[in-house]
Design a protein around this ligand. Structure first.
Ligand code: NAP
Length: 491
């Protein structure tokens, strides 16, 4: 059965809620009205034009809502909603749910529990206690702090299925995204989504169009090949957009989703229960990945960083597609031999850049905010190093930014003072936003610029080729990169 999607509507007036509910019907199987946000609640109007079954939620402050009235008033309004046309009503397990269950048929009551702080250890016994109430549908929403917390949701759903409970379970927060995407596959009665084009109503909630089109939740099955992008933070990452578009264009039953891991071990633990076919590795795990893979390509070994994982013969194979991804746009413009290059940053991307430039005979100077790291990296690659305070005095033909300074959401920052942009070329590895402050200021000062999106496309193209053992269709990934400038967050 295809995944059921509930869109949560949060409006300030009943009229707007009706309009949004009608719009939500294009995407959703169920529409939740967050009535605690309505300033003029009119129950007759609210249920006058239903295009989908409606869930009425009047959340108290104690449970993360904004309802201000008294508890008896709140419960009475929930009962009235059930009489006026709500198909389902939500009542919290912390409230006097007995009042609601006495008056509303049990199959129309969703008994809910929210924990906005953590994923409690005893989820299964919590669900058992809630089920003993007699409610036919349970909802448990907790806050994930690690990828491993998603596994607890999966385990909870498996147990609930075994006991015949109808349960919607999910983990909030960016760490919990896998539970929102894979939840229905694990047996969740519903997955919650936001109205397309609107701000999410809960932490980590994805808009319904993204959930359906990009992550294909309605089509996922046990046969779907799973891939991830592992990093922290991942807000900026366009890997899901670009790779899911490529999988779709190939007609491959595969999905790539964000894995915001608390550590690289957290990712490995997740993979042990939710087997992945491959992963893109990003900030800050490229070096940790290198230490944990079973086999490595020459590029990964030489750079000391892994940005791509391929699961083959029950082993992780580590690759580095950043080297070729970085070089291709550069070679189109110059022969990087005998140039003087300054590289800002000492992380995984800097390693790929230094290796790529050195192998072409460039003179490289690495600059890090940690002098010890810069010194150690310079020693490893036999290049020069300088301290961060001196960057204004360095001379270069090519400046490469391999730090996240200026990346979404901190787009007003630049790693280099504008007046120090005195060389020929500036290459910013950041691809979100497409034109960083560094690149804008460099162009204003007469430097030629290279945007990180070119490298991103090059390295992602190679990742697709490794995962699918053939190159992706021409032009698909380029088209995805040409998205609207205001659409900078990357769900
Ligand atoms: P990483 O391994 O975490 O390294 C980040 C580096 O930046 C570290 O040296 C870090 O210093 C430094 N840094 C962080 N914040 C800083 C600040 N406020 N001031 C000065 N230095 C700072 O990350 P990465 O994988 O190398 O990625 C670095 C950047 O390159 C990211 O923006 C990433 O998106 C981009 N990138 C783009 C592509 C592409 O395809 N276009 C590919 C790879 C990477 P410490 O070690 O002291 O923390």
């Amino acid at each position: 059965m295809s995944a059921q999607i509930c869109i949560s509507v949060r409006e300030t007036t009943t009229q707007k809620a009706v309009a949004s509910a009608l719009r939500a019907a294009d995407w959703a199987d169920l529409v939740e009205i967050r009535a605690d946000y309505l300033q003029d609640l009119d129950l007759d109007l609210l249920f006058s034009q239903k295009a989908r079954p409606m869930l009425f939620t009047l959340r108290s402050r104690q449970d993360g809502g904004v309802y201000n009235g008294s508890e008896p008033q709140r419960l009475e309004t929930i009962l009235q909603a059930a009489r006026c046309g709500a198909d389902y009503v939500d009542v919290e397990f912390s409230a006097s749910w007995q009042t609601v269950l006495r008056s509303v048929p049990r199959e129309r009551v969703i008994l809910s529990h929210h924990d906005f702080d953590k994923t409690p250890a005893d989820l299964v016994s919590l669900a058992d206690t809630m089920a003993a109430s007699g409610a036919a549908i349970l909802k448990i929403a907790v806050r994930a702090r690690s990828l491993a917390d998603n596994l607890r949701i999966a385990e909870l759903l498996a147990k609930a299925r075994g006991r015949g409970h109808k349960l919607c379970a999910l983990a909030m927060g960016r760490e919990g995204l896998p539970s929102r995407i894979l939840g229905p596959l694990w047996g969740s009665w519903m997955t919650f989504a936001g109205l397309p084009g609107r701000i999410a109503t809960a932490d980590g909630q994805l808009p319904a169009d993204v959930l359906i089109r990009q992550y294909r939740v309605r089509e996922l099955s046990r046969d779907t090949k799973l891939y991830g992008v592992v990093g922290r933070p991942l807000e900026h990452s366009l890997s899901p957009r670009i790779h899911n578009a490529a999988f779709a264009a190939r007609g491959k039953d595969a999905v790539l989703f964000p894995l915001e891991a608390a550590g690289f071990d957290d990712f490995l633990q997740f993979h042990a229960s939710v087997p992945l076919q491959g992963a893109a590795v990003t900030i800050p795990y490229k070096e940790a990945a290198r230490a944990l893979v079973h086999r490595m390509s020459a590029a990964a070994r030489q750079t000391g960083a892994v940005n791509t994982l391929v699961w083959k013969d029950r082993l992780w194979n580590g690759e580095n597609t950043d080297v070729e991804g970085f070089l291709r746009p550069l070679r189109r413009r110059m022969l990087p031999a005998k140039i003087k290059a300054v590289v800002l940053g000492t992380g995984g991307a800097a390693r790929a850049v230094i290796h790529a430039l050195r192998s072409h005979g460039a003179d490289v100077c690495v600059v890090g905010r940690s002098p010890a790291k810069a010194r150690s990296l310079a020693g490893e690659f036999q290049v020069e190093h300088a301290v961060w305070d001196r960057i204004e005095h360095l001379r270069w033909d090519l400046l490469v930014n391999a730090t996240p300074v200026g990346m979404y959401p901190d787009i007003d920052r630049s790693p280099m003072p504008s007046e120090a942009l005195t060389g020929d070329w500036v290459y910013d590895l950041i691809y979100n936003p497409a034109r960083t402050r560094l690149l804008r200021e460099a162009a204003e000062r007469g430097c030629k610029t290279i945007a990180g999106s070119e490298m991103f496309l090059g390295q992602a193209w190679q990742q697709q080729s490794l995962w699918c053992e053939s190159p992706p269709p021409e032009g698909i990934m380029e088209a995805v990169m040409e998205f609207e400038p205001e659409d900078r967050s990357a769900p």
